[in-house]
Design a protein around this ligand. Structure first.
Ligand code: KG4
Ligand code: ZN
Length: 329
């Protein structure tokens, strides 16, 4: 069983070949063109996907020594994401699928992020808690079984990745903000400024990051670099405020469900301080992170989930379109 996975939900053009649940190739092209705008420009992203898709798919086939004719199916992200970029990927996948006369499977990007953890540990078993932390989502899930997902907590405003991106913009550190803040923080003291931790009220599994961002904005309004702490200290303190919230809510969700396993998913899972802060905090609970290369957007998670959906073919729709605002439920 060989599946080609395609991912174009935002600014990464990606293709991957998965054979019998093993990733044979995973090619990702990150569109650095957006960094000069301080964020993703949807129109440019769609055009870039269109320009790159053929090249990236061909590279994924060559790297895995796979012939186009040996593909059994194509899986493609159809939401959530930017409408124009999703449309580029889905149209490409449908055209190729029609030409090869093979099925095309729609994939929920969030579900794919969660399933990237099965690539880290093929023995991972349901049920488990998932902290899903990406650029657009910050959620806690109780993943009971395949297709049985219960939302435990969501953000009321910004996502954690968004908080990193907006914070980096305020600090002049560039885009994407997560890696930029993490890099800068290495030189700073995370305890130098006490930024607020949102929604810490007892029992709450919800998140809020907009107050933290506003607090950074006010702090920088009156910041005097000749006297105040360094930008590295501010970045490290800001990062620590985000991470403290994520870790605390994750522990609450584990206690709430009595889970024995918890996985982290999405771009923010690449943050090493998050990983260090979780380590050893919850004895007797297995904590899993995807490989670094499968935390941020990639097509390996799409081809892998495509294979699972294909085997479980009762859930494959014959016809489908893009669903930019689709939720995981
Ligand atoms: O999952 P992802 O690649 O795309 C979405 O589905 O949104 O996540 C992107 C987000 C961005 O907000 C980026 O700043 C954040 O993940 N991110 C990080 C790190 N690497 C990426 N945040 C914190 N630390 C990182 N090392
Ligand atoms: Zn993503």
């Amino acid at each position: 069983m060989i599946i080609l996975g395609i991912e174009t939900s935002c600014d990464e053009t990606a293709a991957s070949i998965c054979k019998d649940r093993k990733i044979l190739s995973s090619i990702v092209s990150s569109q650095i063109i957006h960094s000069k705008f301080g964020g993703v420009v949807p129109e440019i992203a769609s055009r870039e996907h269109e320009r790159l898709l053929n090249i990236i798919v061909e590279e994924a086939l060559i790297k895995s020594s796979t012939k186009l004719e040996s593909l059994n199916a194509i899986s493609v992200t159809n939401g959530p994401g930017l409408a124009g970029t999703l449309l580029t990927g889905v149209s490409f996948a449908k055209g190729l699928g029609m030409g090869l006369d093979i099925p095309v499977i729609p994939i929920n990007h969030l579900e794919a992020h969660i399933f990237a953890n099965f690539l880290a540990d093929p023995m991972l078993k349901f049920p488990f808690v998932c902290l899903l932390v990406s650029g657009g989502h910050t959620q806690l899930w109780w993943i009971k079984d395949m297709n049985k997902y219960i939302l435990l907590g969501d953000t009321r405003d910004d996502a954690a990745g968004e908080a990193f991106d907006k914070g980096a913009r305020i600090l002049g550190l560039g885009y994407p903000g997560g890696p930029a803040i993490e890099r800068k923080s290495k030189l700073g003291n995370p305890n130098s400024i006490k930024f607020p931790r949102g929604l810490m009220t007892k029992g709450s599994l919800e998140f809020s990051f907009s107050g933290l961002k506003t607090s950074l904005l006010y702090y920088m309004d009156s910041y005097d670099k000749t006297q105040g702490p360094s930008i590295a200290d501010i970045a490290a303190s800001y990062q620590q405020a985000i991470i403290d919230t994520l870790v605390e809510k994750m522990i609450r969700a584990i206690n709430h469900t009595d889970a024995k396993t918890c996985v982290i998913a999405g771009g923010v899972a690449a943050n090493m301080i998050l990983r260090k802060n979780i380590e050893g905090r919850i004895p007797d609970v297995k904590i899993l992170f995807p490989d670094l290369k499968y935390c941020t957007d990639n097509a390996a998670m799409v081809s892998f989930l495509g294979q699972i959906k294909f085997n479980d073919n009762k859930n494959i729709p014959i016809e489908f379109g893009i669903q930019p605002n689709i939720k995981l439920s």
